[in-house]
Write a protein that binds this ligand. Structure first.
Ligand SMILES: Nc1nc(=O)c2c([nH]1)NC[C@@H]1CN(c3ccc(C(=O)N[C@@H](CCC(=O)O)C(=O)O)cc3)C=[N+]21
Length: 292
């Protein structure tokens, strides 16, 4: 058996055409959705991601601003830029690209973004709302995964879901969303004693660890749905060295799973689509006067 491919690139493209229409409808009412993306430093991967986000905005007819600051920017200077964006009526969403340089306290920066402009869903207030089952902005990557599962007609009620990774931006919110959808959720991480014991029980397995091709076919229950959140470079000495790969060993996993997301073309494009969705939501709330 070979798994059905959950095509995130295609779904993201479909959604982005819908967002374009919604943006036009908003613009006709005098509000053009606007996103500010702030990048501190010169990390080449971050530069690519930020460029992709800004391009996606342009394609959907959003206003966007790219703010690039030098690597030695002080926390105070960054907070000042955020305050200006908070006050800017043309900006509905603010994203500060992570990771930030080590000398800046990322949590303090994320808390400085107005919760109603926090389209990443990383502000404590938005995480709290999600935890309480009253989501305001849902983090983009886990939200994109839920869209892919829904599009793939994958039911979650009563299913065993296992998430590998406990980050604030993927693992934890992913677990909350799966839980809200009725799955029984296990979160595994670097200290988990017998990882394969857990992964082999999963009907839905989400890998968000950041280790290239870490999850192999023998760790997967036959017929499971496998979601690969990883974006890594294939290490030297392996086939396709230097290319992109996920946290899942696609070649062996696809022989065991019933459905699987590819890398590239799976979760990554959905993350960007959900960023646009959240920015649209932020702009629509301003128009409707629904401030949190
Ligand atoms: N505040 C913040 N919010 C983020 O959402 C955020 C962040 N910081 N820091 C970095 C990660 C990473 N991330 C990706 C988004 C899209 C792709 C994506 O579109 N990937 C393409 C491939 C892109 C390529 O060719 O490199 C794919 O999987 O098909 C990847 C990674 C968002 N992040």
């Amino acid at each position: 058996m070979t798994a059905k491919i959950l095509d995130g690139a295609a779904l993201a493209q479909e959604l982005r055409s819908e967002f374009k229409l919604r943006a036009e409808a908003l613009a006709a009412q005098g509000v053009r959705p606007g996103l500010a993306v702030v990048l501190v430093g010169e990390d080449p991967a971050s530069q690519v991601y930020v460029r992709n986000k800004v391009n996606a905005c342009a394609q959907a007819g959003f206003h966007s601003e790219k703010i690039v600051l030098p690597p030695d920017t002080t926390a105070a200077a960054l907070l000042e830029r955020i305050a200006a964006l908070n006050a800017d009526p043309a900006i509905h969403g603010i994203l500060v690209q992570l990771p930030l340089p080590k000398h800046i306290d990322a949590d303090a920066v994320l808390e400085a973004i107005l919760p109603e402009k926090d389209v990443d869903g990383f502000h404590a207030e938005n995480i709290g709302a999600l935890t309480q089952g009253n989501p305001r902005f849902v983090p983009c990557t886990p939200q994109g995964v839920m869209e892919l599962l829904e599009k793939g007609c994958i039911s979650l009620k009563g299913q065993e879901a296992v998430v590998i990774g406990r980050s604030n931006i993927v693992g934890k919110p992913m677990a909350l969303l799966l839980l809200a959808a009725g799955a029984t959720v296990t979160i595994c991480h670097s200290q988990t004693r017998d990882l394969a014991f857990h992964t082999r029980r999963a009907d839905i397995l989400v890998a968000a660890i950041g280790r290239p091709r870490f999850v192999t076919g023998d760790m997967i229950k036959p017929g499971a749905v496998v979601i690969d959140v990883g974006i890594n470079r294939v290490p030297e000495g392996q086939p396709d060295a230097g290319k992109l790969c996920g946290d899942v060993d696609f070649a062996s996993a696809k022989e065991v799973a019933s459905a699987i997301t590819p890398v590239p073309g799976g979760v990554g494009p959905m993350t960007i689509a959900m960023l646009l969705a959240n920015t649209l939501l932020a702009a629509e709330r301003v128009l409707n006067g629904q401030h949190c």
